[in-house]
Design a protein around this ligand. Sequence first.
Ligand code: ADP
Ligand code: ZN
Length: 529
Amino acid sequence: PSGTAAAEPDEALAVLRRVFGYDSFRGSQAEIIAQVVDGGDALVLMPTGGGKSLCYQIPSLVRKGVGVVVSPLIALMQDQVDALRALGVRAGFLNSTQDFEERRLVESEFLAGELDLLYLAPERLRVESTVRLLERGTIALFAIDEAHCVAQWGHDFRPDYLALSSLHERWPDVPRIALTATATEATHQEIASRLKLQDARHFVASFDRPNIQYRIAPKDDPKRQLLQLLRAEHPGDAGIVYCLSRASVEKTAEFLVKNGVDALPYHAGLDARVRAANQSRFLREDGMVMVATIAFGMGIDKPDVRFVAHLDLPKSVEGYYQETGRAGRDGLPSTAWLAYGLQDVVQQRKMIDTSEGDEAHRRRLGQHVDAMLALCETVECRRVQLLAYFGQPSTACGNCDTCLTPAESWDGTVPAQKLLSTVVRLKRERNQKFGAGQITDILLGKKTAKVIQFDHDALSVFGIGTELREAEWRGVARQLLAQGLIAVEGDYGTLVLTEGSREVLGGRRPVVLRREPEKAARAAKAPRE
Ligand code: ADP
Ligand code: ZN
Protein backbone atom coordinates (compact mmCIF):
# COMPACT_ATOMS: atom_id res chain seq x y z
CA PRO A 1 0.00 0.00 0.00
CA SER A 2 1.36 3.46 -0.83
CA GLY A 3 1.61 5.50 2.34
CA THR A 4 -1.38 7.76 2.11
CA ALA A 5 -2.70 7.31 5.64
CA ALA A 6 -3.12 10.67 7.33
CA ALA A 7 -0.62 11.20 10.10
CA GLU A 8 -1.35 12.40 13.58
CA PRO A 9 -1.44 16.21 13.50
CA ASP A 10 1.31 16.45 16.09
CA GLU A 11 3.70 14.24 14.26
CA ALA A 12 5.04 17.03 12.05
CA LEU A 13 5.67 19.24 15.04
CA ALA A 14 7.39 16.40 16.84
CA VAL A 15 9.71 15.91 13.87
CA LEU A 16 10.42 19.66 13.71
CA ARG A 17 11.56 19.57 17.32
CA ARG A 18 13.26 16.19 17.45
CA VAL A 19 15.09 16.21 14.11
CA PHE A 20 15.56 19.89 13.29
CA GLY A 21 15.67 21.29 16.81
CA TYR A 22 13.22 24.16 16.23
CA ASP A 23 10.34 25.03 18.58
CA SER A 24 7.60 26.08 16.23
CA PHE A 25 6.62 26.50 12.61
CA ARG A 26 6.99 29.78 10.81
CA GLY A 27 4.45 31.49 8.59
CA SER A 28 2.41 28.94 6.66
CA GLN A 29 4.83 26.04 7.15
CA ALA A 30 2.41 24.10 9.37
CA GLU A 31 -0.46 24.38 6.87
CA ILE A 32 1.71 23.51 3.90
CA ILE A 33 3.14 20.49 5.67
CA ALA A 34 -0.34 19.33 6.73
CA GLN A 35 -1.57 19.61 3.15
CA VAL A 36 1.24 17.42 1.80
CA VAL A 37 1.21 14.96 4.69
CA ASP A 38 -2.47 14.43 3.94
CA GLY A 39 -1.63 13.59 0.36
CA GLY A 40 -2.63 16.89 -1.29
CA ASP A 41 -0.64 18.93 -3.79
CA ALA A 42 0.82 22.33 -2.95
CA LEU A 43 2.30 25.24 -4.85
CA VAL A 44 4.41 27.39 -2.56
CA LEU A 45 5.62 30.91 -3.29
CA MET A 46 7.80 32.04 -0.42
CA PRO A 47 10.75 34.45 -0.36
CA THR A 48 14.31 33.30 0.13
CA GLY A 49 14.96 32.47 3.75
CA GLY A 50 11.26 31.85 4.36
CA GLY A 51 11.86 28.20 5.19
CA LYS A 52 10.79 26.29 2.11
CA SER A 53 12.98 23.22 2.70
CA LEU A 54 11.15 22.04 5.79
CA CYS A 55 7.91 22.13 3.80
CA TYR A 56 8.98 19.01 1.93
CA GLN A 57 11.58 17.56 4.30
CA ILE A 58 9.16 17.08 7.16
CA PRO A 59 6.38 15.45 5.07
CA SER A 60 9.05 13.15 3.64
CA LEU A 61 9.89 12.01 7.15
CA VAL A 62 6.29 11.74 8.29
CA ARG A 63 4.92 9.92 5.26
CA LYS A 64 5.80 6.39 4.34
CA GLY A 65 8.44 6.06 1.64
CA VAL A 66 11.05 8.37 0.16
CA GLY A 67 10.61 12.06 -0.57
CA VAL A 68 11.98 12.69 -4.07
CA VAL A 69 13.31 16.24 -4.44
CA VAL A 70 13.89 17.56 -7.94
CA SER A 71 16.41 20.39 -7.91
CA PRO A 72 18.61 22.02 -10.56
CA LEU A 73 21.27 22.83 -7.98
CA ILE A 74 23.60 19.93 -8.66
CA ALA A 75 26.59 21.69 -7.15
CA LEU A 76 24.83 21.95 -3.80
CA MET A 77 23.37 18.47 -3.52
CA GLN A 78 26.36 17.05 -1.70
CA ASP A 79 26.21 19.86 0.87
CA GLN A 80 22.46 19.52 1.32
CA VAL A 81 22.71 15.78 1.79
CA ASP A 82 25.64 16.12 4.22
CA ALA A 83 23.69 18.66 6.27
CA LEU A 84 20.68 16.33 6.47
CA ARG A 85 22.83 13.34 7.37
CA ALA A 86 24.34 15.37 10.17
CA LEU A 87 20.82 15.65 11.58
CA GLY A 88 20.30 11.91 11.26
CA VAL A 89 18.12 12.14 8.15
CA ARG A 90 18.82 9.40 5.62
CA ALA A 91 19.40 11.40 2.46
CA GLY A 92 21.06 10.68 -0.87
CA PHE A 93 21.29 12.14 -4.34
CA LEU A 94 21.58 11.09 -7.96
CA ASN A 95 23.17 13.39 -10.52
CA SER A 96 25.70 13.50 -13.32
CA THR A 97 28.68 14.17 -11.04
CA GLN A 98 28.59 10.60 -9.68
CA ASP A 99 30.31 7.57 -11.05
CA PHE A 100 28.56 4.26 -11.60
CA GLU A 101 29.47 2.85 -8.19
CA GLU A 102 28.23 5.86 -6.26
CA ARG A 103 25.00 5.79 -8.17
CA ARG A 104 24.49 2.10 -7.62
CA LEU A 105 24.94 2.49 -3.88
CA VAL A 106 22.26 5.20 -3.69
CA GLU A 107 19.94 3.12 -5.86
CA SER A 108 20.25 0.12 -3.62
CA GLU A 109 19.61 2.25 -0.52
CA PHE A 110 16.51 3.60 -2.21
CA LEU A 111 15.22 0.14 -3.07
CA ALA A 112 15.95 -1.20 0.40
CA GLY A 113 13.84 1.56 1.94
CA GLU A 114 16.91 3.03 3.62
CA LEU A 115 16.35 6.59 2.44
CA ASP A 116 14.07 9.36 3.68
CA LEU A 117 15.00 11.85 0.98
CA LEU A 118 16.41 11.46 -2.52
CA TYR A 119 17.62 14.53 -4.42
CA LEU A 120 17.49 14.29 -8.19
CA ALA A 121 18.64 16.55 -11.00
CA PRO A 122 15.69 17.12 -13.37
CA GLU A 123 17.47 15.52 -16.33
CA ARG A 124 17.60 12.24 -14.38
CA LEU A 125 13.85 11.90 -14.84
CA ARG A 126 14.32 11.86 -18.59
CA VAL A 127 16.34 8.71 -18.20
CA GLU A 128 14.04 5.70 -18.42
CA SER A 129 16.14 3.66 -15.99
CA THR A 130 15.64 6.29 -13.29
CA VAL A 131 11.90 6.23 -13.81
CA ARG A 132 11.92 2.43 -13.56
CA LEU A 133 13.97 2.65 -10.39
CA LEU A 134 11.47 5.04 -8.83
CA GLU A 135 8.62 2.73 -9.80
CA ARG A 136 10.20 -0.07 -7.81
CA GLY A 137 10.29 1.90 -4.56
CA THR A 138 7.76 3.70 -2.38
CA ILE A 139 7.55 7.42 -2.91
CA ALA A 140 6.30 9.68 -0.16
CA LEU A 141 6.09 12.83 -2.29
CA PHE A 142 7.66 14.73 -5.13
CA ALA A 143 9.11 18.13 -4.31
CA ILE A 144 9.91 20.38 -7.25
CA ASP A 145 12.33 23.01 -6.05
CA GLU A 146 13.03 26.24 -7.99
CA ALA A 147 9.75 25.55 -9.75
CA HIS A 148 9.93 28.82 -11.72
CA CYS A 149 12.44 26.99 -13.96
CA VAL A 150 9.47 25.34 -15.68
CA ALA A 151 8.11 28.71 -16.85
CA GLN A 152 9.14 29.92 -20.26
CA TRP A 153 7.74 33.30 -19.40
CA GLY A 154 10.12 33.54 -16.45
CA HIS A 155 13.77 34.45 -16.39
CA ASP A 156 15.36 31.09 -15.65
CA PHE A 157 13.70 28.54 -17.91
CA ARG A 158 15.18 25.03 -18.02
CA PRO A 159 13.83 22.67 -20.69
CA ASP A 160 14.41 19.62 -18.46
CA TYR A 161 11.70 20.91 -16.17
CA LEU A 162 9.01 20.45 -18.80
CA ALA A 163 9.28 16.68 -18.41
CA LEU A 164 8.14 17.00 -14.80
CA SER A 165 4.54 17.28 -15.94
CA SER A 166 4.62 13.52 -16.46
CA LEU A 167 5.14 12.82 -12.74
CA HIS A 168 1.45 13.29 -12.18
CA GLU A 169 0.54 10.75 -14.87
CA ARG A 170 2.94 8.08 -13.65
CA TRP A 171 2.25 8.59 -9.97
CA PRO A 172 -1.27 10.00 -9.68
CA ASP A 173 -1.49 9.19 -5.96
CA VAL A 174 1.80 10.71 -4.86
CA PRO A 175 1.45 14.30 -3.60
CA ARG A 176 3.53 16.97 -5.26
CA ILE A 177 4.82 20.20 -3.81
CA ALA A 178 6.34 22.85 -6.08
CA LEU A 179 8.31 25.68 -4.52
CA THR A 180 9.83 28.94 -5.69
CA ALA A 181 11.07 32.20 -4.25
CA THR A 182 10.31 34.23 -7.33
CA ALA A 183 7.24 34.32 -9.51
CA THR A 184 5.16 37.04 -11.06
CA GLU A 185 1.47 36.34 -11.48
CA ALA A 186 2.16 35.16 -15.05
CA THR A 187 4.95 32.81 -13.93
CA HIS A 188 2.82 31.55 -11.06
CA GLN A 189 0.03 30.59 -13.45
CA GLU A 190 2.48 29.01 -15.86
CA ILE A 191 3.97 26.84 -13.12
CA ALA A 192 0.48 25.66 -12.14
CA SER A 193 -0.50 24.74 -15.67
CA ARG A 194 2.78 23.19 -16.82
CA LEU A 195 3.11 21.06 -13.71
CA LYS A 196 -0.60 20.25 -13.79
CA LEU A 197 -1.08 21.69 -10.33
CA GLN A 198 -4.46 23.29 -10.94
CA ASP A 199 -5.97 21.32 -8.08
CA ALA A 200 -3.11 22.10 -5.73
CA ARG A 201 -3.53 24.46 -2.81
CA HIS A 202 -1.57 27.62 -3.49
CA PHE A 203 0.35 29.16 -0.62
CA VAL A 204 1.56 32.64 -1.47
CA ALA A 205 3.59 34.34 1.24
CA SER A 206 4.43 38.02 1.19
CA PHE A 207 7.52 38.59 -0.92
CA ASP A 208 8.53 41.52 1.21
CA ARG A 209 11.98 41.39 2.76
CA PRO A 210 11.66 44.32 5.15
CA ASN A 211 15.26 44.14 6.40
CA ILE A 212 16.68 44.72 2.92
CA GLN A 213 17.21 48.35 1.98
CA TYR A 214 16.85 48.82 -1.77
CA ARG A 215 18.98 51.47 -3.46
CA ILE A 216 19.54 52.18 -7.14
CA ALA A 217 22.06 54.78 -8.30
CA PRO A 218 23.13 56.14 -11.67
CA LYS A 219 26.45 54.67 -12.72
CA ASP A 220 29.39 56.98 -12.28
CA ASP A 221 32.61 55.02 -11.99
CA PRO A 222 30.88 52.00 -10.44
CA LYS A 223 33.93 50.33 -8.90
CA ARG A 224 34.68 53.52 -6.98
CA GLN A 225 31.01 53.85 -5.99
CA LEU A 226 31.09 50.28 -4.73
CA LEU A 227 34.26 50.79 -2.73
CA GLN A 228 32.76 53.87 -1.14
CA LEU A 229 29.68 51.88 -0.15
CA LEU A 230 31.78 49.10 1.36
CA ARG A 231 34.02 51.49 3.29
CA ALA A 232 31.24 53.71 4.55
CA GLU A 233 28.61 51.11 5.41
CA HIS A 234 29.93 47.59 5.18
CA PRO A 235 33.55 47.39 6.30
CA GLY A 236 34.43 43.77 7.03
CA ASP A 237 30.97 42.51 6.05
CA ALA A 238 30.21 39.53 3.86
CA GLY A 239 28.55 40.39 0.58
CA ILE A 240 28.02 39.50 -3.04
CA VAL A 241 28.89 41.75 -5.99
CA TYR A 242 27.23 40.81 -9.28
CA CYS A 243 28.80 41.72 -12.63
CA LEU A 244 27.53 40.82 -16.07
CA SER A 245 30.73 39.54 -17.64
CA ARG A 246 33.54 37.27 -16.54
CA ALA A 247 36.04 39.97 -17.41
CA SER A 248 34.42 42.52 -15.16
CA VAL A 249 34.19 39.93 -12.37
CA GLU A 250 37.97 39.49 -12.56
CA LYS A 251 38.71 43.20 -12.77
CA THR A 252 36.37 44.12 -9.94
CA ALA A 253 37.70 41.40 -7.64
CA GLU A 254 41.26 42.55 -8.33
CA PHE A 255 40.33 46.16 -7.71
CA LEU A 256 38.73 45.31 -4.36
CA VAL A 257 41.67 43.19 -3.24
CA LYS A 258 44.07 46.02 -4.11
CA ASN A 259 41.98 48.29 -1.97
CA GLY A 260 42.07 46.02 1.05
CA VAL A 261 38.79 44.12 0.65
CA ASP A 262 38.77 40.30 1.00
CA ALA A 263 37.25 39.60 -2.39
CA LEU A 264 37.09 36.40 -4.46
CA PRO A 265 36.01 35.90 -8.07
CA TYR A 266 33.40 33.37 -9.20
CA HIS A 267 32.25 32.67 -12.75
CA ALA A 268 31.68 29.71 -15.04
CA GLY A 269 35.02 30.25 -16.81
CA LEU A 270 37.06 29.46 -13.71
CA ASP A 271 38.40 26.01 -13.06
CA ALA A 272 35.83 23.92 -11.18
CA ARG A 273 38.23 23.43 -8.26
CA VAL A 274 38.88 27.16 -7.94
CA ARG A 275 35.16 27.81 -8.03
CA ALA A 276 34.46 25.25 -5.36
CA ALA A 277 37.29 26.57 -3.19
CA ASN A 278 36.09 30.16 -3.49
CA GLN A 279 32.55 29.17 -2.72
CA SER A 280 33.54 27.29 0.38
CA ARG A 281 35.75 30.15 1.62
CA PHE A 282 32.83 32.52 1.13
CA LEU A 283 30.56 30.21 3.12
CA ARG A 284 32.98 29.36 5.90
CA GLU A 285 35.07 32.49 6.49
CA ASP A 286 33.78 35.77 7.88
CA GLY A 287 33.57 38.95 5.89
CA MET A 288 34.35 37.60 2.43
CA VAL A 289 33.08 39.45 -0.62
CA MET A 290 32.18 37.26 -3.58
CA VAL A 291 32.42 38.99 -6.94
CA ALA A 292 30.43 36.85 -9.34
CA THR A 293 28.32 36.44 -12.40
CA ILE A 294 24.78 35.25 -11.81
CA ALA A 295 26.16 31.72 -12.07
CA PHE A 296 26.72 32.13 -8.33
CA GLY A 297 24.19 32.10 -5.57
CA MET A 298 21.17 29.93 -6.27
CA GLY A 299 20.59 27.81 -3.21
CA ILE A 300 23.51 29.32 -1.30
CA ASP A 301 22.45 29.40 2.33
CA LYS A 302 24.64 31.97 4.08
CA PRO A 303 22.58 33.84 6.65
CA ASP A 304 24.82 36.88 7.22
CA VAL A 305 25.28 38.27 3.72
CA ARG A 306 25.04 41.98 4.58
CA PHE A 307 24.95 43.42 1.08
CA VAL A 308 24.29 42.45 -2.51
CA ALA A 309 25.63 44.92 -5.07
CA HIS A 310 24.93 44.93 -8.78
CA LEU A 311 27.45 46.69 -10.99
CA ASP A 312 25.35 45.99 -14.07
CA LEU A 313 21.64 46.04 -14.74
CA PRO A 314 20.01 42.65 -14.04
CA LYS A 315 18.10 41.17 -16.97
CA SER A 316 14.77 41.05 -15.18
CA VAL A 317 13.01 42.14 -12.01
CA GLU A 318 12.66 38.49 -11.04
CA GLY A 319 16.41 38.02 -11.35
CA TYR A 320 17.04 41.20 -9.37
CA TYR A 321 14.66 40.10 -6.63
CA GLN A 322 16.20 36.65 -6.43
CA GLU A 323 19.77 37.95 -6.35
CA THR A 324 19.11 40.70 -3.82
CA GLY A 325 17.17 38.14 -1.77
CA ARG A 326 20.45 36.46 -0.88
CA ALA A 327 21.14 39.37 1.48
CA GLY A 328 19.95 39.27 5.07
CA ARG A 329 18.50 35.80 5.41
CA ASP A 330 19.13 36.23 9.15
CA GLY A 331 16.65 39.10 9.22
CA LEU A 332 19.24 41.76 10.15
CA PRO A 333 19.52 45.05 8.21
CA SER A 334 21.13 44.55 4.81
CA THR A 335 21.69 46.56 1.65
CA ALA A 336 20.72 45.85 -1.95
CA TRP A 337 22.59 48.37 -4.07
CA LEU A 338 22.52 48.66 -7.84
CA ALA A 339 24.35 51.00 -10.21
CA TYR A 340 23.11 51.28 -13.74
CA GLY A 341 23.60 53.45 -16.79
CA LEU A 342 22.49 53.83 -20.35
CA GLN A 343 25.30 51.60 -21.54
CA ASP A 344 23.71 48.71 -19.62
CA VAL A 345 20.59 49.04 -21.70
CA VAL A 346 22.59 49.17 -24.91
CA GLN A 347 24.46 46.04 -23.90
CA GLN A 348 21.30 44.15 -22.97
CA ARG A 349 19.55 45.07 -26.19
CA LYS A 350 22.56 43.81 -28.06
CA MET A 351 22.47 40.53 -26.17
CA ILE A 352 18.77 40.16 -26.86
CA ASP A 353 19.19 40.90 -30.56
CA THR A 354 21.82 38.21 -30.89
CA SER A 355 20.17 35.69 -28.57
CA GLU A 356 18.90 32.35 -29.72
CA GLY A 357 15.20 31.67 -29.88
CA ASP A 358 12.29 33.07 -31.79
CA GLU A 359 10.86 36.54 -32.05
CA ALA A 360 8.41 35.95 -29.20
CA HIS A 361 11.29 34.95 -26.95
CA ARG A 362 13.23 38.10 -27.79
CA ARG A 363 10.17 40.24 -27.20
CA ARG A 364 9.77 38.64 -23.79
CA LEU A 365 13.40 39.35 -22.91
CA GLY A 366 12.86 42.95 -24.00
CA GLN A 367 9.84 43.26 -21.72
CA HIS A 368 11.85 41.91 -18.80
CA VAL A 369 14.48 44.62 -19.34
CA ASP A 370 11.81 47.30 -19.65
CA ALA A 371 10.29 46.31 -16.32
CA MET A 372 13.74 46.43 -14.72
CA LEU A 373 14.31 49.89 -16.17
CA ALA A 374 10.99 51.11 -14.86
CA LEU A 375 12.03 49.98 -11.38
CA CYS A 376 15.30 51.89 -11.73
CA GLU A 377 13.64 55.11 -12.80
CA THR A 378 10.62 55.13 -10.54
CA VAL A 379 10.03 58.18 -8.35
CA GLU A 380 7.96 56.00 -6.06
CA CYS A 381 8.97 53.61 -3.29
CA ARG A 382 11.18 50.87 -4.78
CA ARG A 383 9.59 48.21 -2.58
CA VAL A 384 6.06 49.19 -3.59
CA GLN A 385 7.09 48.90 -7.22
CA LEU A 386 8.95 45.63 -6.67
CA LEU A 387 6.09 43.98 -4.80
CA ALA A 388 3.57 45.31 -7.32
CA TYR A 389 5.55 43.50 -9.99
CA PHE A 390 4.79 40.28 -8.13
CA GLY A 391 1.15 41.27 -7.77
CA GLN A 392 1.39 42.24 -4.10
CA PRO A 393 0.10 45.72 -3.21
CA SER A 394 1.86 47.59 -0.38
CA THR A 395 2.50 51.08 0.94
CA ALA A 396 5.66 53.21 1.00
CA CYS A 397 8.26 51.35 3.05
CA GLY A 398 10.54 53.98 4.56
CA ASN A 399 13.52 51.72 3.88
CA CYS A 400 14.54 52.36 0.29
CA ASP A 401 16.36 55.23 -1.37
CA THR A 402 13.28 56.91 -2.79
CA CYS A 403 11.54 56.80 0.60
CA LEU A 404 14.62 58.03 2.46
CA THR A 405 15.50 60.80 0.01
CA PRO A 406 12.37 61.40 -2.02
CA ALA A 407 13.21 61.92 -5.65
CA GLU A 408 12.28 65.36 -6.88
CA SER A 409 10.61 65.45 -10.20
CA TRP A 410 10.95 68.24 -12.72
CA ASP A 411 9.47 69.24 -16.05
CA GLY A 412 11.89 67.80 -18.56
CA THR A 413 9.82 68.50 -21.65
CA VAL A 414 12.18 71.08 -23.17
CA PRO A 415 15.40 69.11 -22.60
CA ALA A 416 13.63 66.01 -23.93
CA GLN A 417 12.68 67.91 -27.08
CA LYS A 418 16.25 69.14 -27.49
CA LEU A 419 17.62 65.64 -27.17
CA LEU A 420 15.05 64.16 -29.52
CA SER A 421 15.63 66.94 -32.09
CA THR A 422 19.29 66.01 -32.08
CA VAL A 423 18.36 62.41 -32.75
CA VAL A 424 16.23 63.61 -35.67
CA ARG A 425 19.13 65.68 -37.09
CA LEU A 426 21.53 62.76 -36.88
CA LYS A 427 19.05 60.38 -38.42
CA ARG A 428 19.31 62.35 -41.63
CA GLU A 429 22.93 61.33 -41.98
CA ARG A 430 22.55 58.07 -43.74
CA ASN A 431 24.49 55.06 -42.56
CA GLN A 432 25.87 56.88 -39.57
CA LYS A 433 25.04 55.56 -36.16
CA PHE A 434 25.41 57.69 -33.06
CA GLY A 435 24.76 56.83 -29.46
CA ALA A 436 23.96 58.92 -26.41
CA GLY A 437 27.59 60.02 -25.97
CA GLN A 438 27.78 61.86 -29.29
CA ILE A 439 24.34 63.39 -28.72
CA THR A 440 25.37 64.70 -25.32
CA ASP A 441 28.58 66.18 -26.77
CA ILE A 442 26.56 67.98 -29.45
CA LEU A 443 24.04 69.34 -26.94
CA LEU A 444 26.85 70.58 -24.70
CA GLY A 445 28.67 72.14 -27.67
CA LYS A 446 31.82 70.07 -27.23
CA LYS A 447 34.20 70.10 -30.17
CA THR A 448 35.45 66.57 -29.78
CA ALA A 449 37.36 64.87 -32.60
CA LYS A 450 34.27 62.90 -33.52
CA VAL A 451 32.07 66.01 -33.49
CA ILE A 452 34.47 67.78 -35.86
CA GLN A 453 34.90 64.71 -38.08
CA PHE A 454 31.18 64.63 -38.83
CA ASP A 455 30.68 68.43 -38.90
CA HIS A 456 28.27 68.13 -36.02
CA ASP A 457 29.36 71.56 -34.78
CA ALA A 458 27.53 72.92 -37.80
CA LEU A 459 24.17 71.48 -36.71
CA SER A 460 21.53 73.91 -35.44
CA VAL A 461 21.31 71.90 -32.23
CA PHE A 462 25.03 72.23 -31.46
CA GLY A 463 25.46 73.75 -28.01
CA ILE A 464 21.76 74.25 -27.27
CA GLY A 465 21.89 72.18 -24.09
CA THR A 466 24.42 73.92 -21.85
CA GLU A 467 21.85 74.37 -19.08
CA LEU A 468 22.43 70.77 -17.99
CA ARG A 469 25.61 68.97 -16.95
CA GLU A 470 26.82 65.90 -18.78
CA ALA A 471 25.58 63.53 -16.07
CA GLU A 472 22.19 65.21 -16.22
CA TRP A 473 21.97 64.67 -19.96
CA ARG A 474 22.84 61.04 -19.42
CA GLY A 475 19.98 60.94 -16.93
CA VAL A 476 17.58 62.50 -19.42
CA ALA A 477 18.53 59.89 -22.04
CA ARG A 478 18.17 57.05 -19.56
CA GLN A 479 14.82 58.17 -18.33
CA LEU A 480 13.44 58.76 -21.81
CA LEU A 481 14.48 55.23 -22.56
CA ALA A 482 12.80 53.89 -19.42
CA GLN A 483 9.61 55.72 -20.37
CA GLY A 484 9.69 54.38 -23.92
CA LEU A 485 10.21 57.86 -25.35
CA ILE A 486 13.32 56.75 -27.22
CA ALA A 487 14.78 53.34 -27.98
CA VAL A 488 18.25 51.95 -28.60
CA GLU A 489 19.21 49.81 -31.52
CA GLY A 490 22.20 47.94 -32.86
CA ASP A 491 25.74 47.38 -31.69
CA TYR A 492 26.61 50.96 -30.88
CA GLY A 493 23.42 51.81 -29.04
CA THR A 494 22.08 54.11 -31.71
CA LEU A 495 19.22 56.17 -30.30
CA VAL A 496 16.07 55.95 -32.37
CA LEU A 497 12.65 57.57 -32.17
CA THR A 498 9.51 55.82 -30.95
CA GLU A 499 5.83 56.65 -31.28
CA GLY A 500 6.14 58.46 -27.95
CA SER A 501 9.08 60.59 -29.19
CA ARG A 502 6.89 62.07 -31.88
CA GLU A 503 4.29 63.09 -29.31
CA VAL A 504 6.99 64.80 -27.25
CA LEU A 505 8.46 66.55 -30.28
CA GLY A 506 5.00 67.65 -31.37
CA GLY A 507 4.37 69.20 -27.96
CA ARG A 508 1.51 66.83 -27.29
CA ARG A 509 3.11 65.08 -24.38
CA PRO A 510 4.83 66.60 -21.33
CA VAL A 511 7.84 64.76 -19.88
CA VAL A 512 8.30 64.42 -16.12
CA LEU A 513 11.79 63.39 -15.04
CA ARG A 514 13.37 62.58 -11.72
CA ARG A 515 16.18 64.85 -10.64
CA GLU A 516 19.62 63.31 -10.62
CA PRO A 517 21.12 63.16 -7.15
CA GLU A 518 24.10 65.49 -6.71
CA LYS A 519 27.25 63.77 -7.75
CA ALA A 520 28.42 61.96 -4.66
CA ALA A 521 31.45 63.74 -3.28
CA ARG A 522 34.57 61.91 -4.30
CA ALA A 523 36.11 59.92 -1.50
CA ALA A 524 38.87 61.87 0.21
CA LYS A 525 41.35 59.14 -0.58
CA ALA A 526 40.96 58.31 -4.22
CA PRO A 527 41.07 54.53 -4.60
CA ARG A 528 43.90 53.03 -6.61
CA GLU A 529 42.92 51.47 -9.90
P1 ADP B 1 14.39 28.97 1.75
O1 ADP B 1 14.66 27.64 1.09
O2 ADP B 1 12.96 29.36 1.73
O3 ADP B 1 15.29 30.06 1.26
P2 ADP B 1 15.37 27.60 4.04
O4 ADP B 1 14.50 26.41 3.98
O5 ADP B 1 16.78 27.46 3.61
O6 ADP B 1 14.70 28.82 3.28
O7 ADP B 1 15.31 28.18 5.51
C1 ADP B 1 15.99 29.35 5.85
C2 ADP B 1 16.54 29.23 7.25
O8 ADP B 1 15.49 29.28 8.20
C3 ADP B 1 17.28 27.93 7.47
O9 ADP B 1 18.44 28.20 8.20
C4 ADP B 1 16.28 27.11 8.26
O10 ADP B 1 16.91 26.14 9.05
C5 ADP B 1 15.57 28.15 9.08
N1 ADP B 1 14.20 27.76 9.45
C6 ADP B 1 13.25 27.30 8.60
N2 ADP B 1 12.11 27.04 9.28
C7 ADP B 1 12.34 27.35 10.57
C8 ADP B 1 11.54 27.32 11.77
N3 ADP B 1 10.28 26.91 11.76
N4 ADP B 1 12.12 27.72 12.91
C9 ADP B 1 13.40 28.16 12.91
N5 ADP B 1 14.19 28.21 11.84
C10 ADP B 1 13.68 27.81 10.67
ZN1 ZN C 1 10.37 52.62 0.04
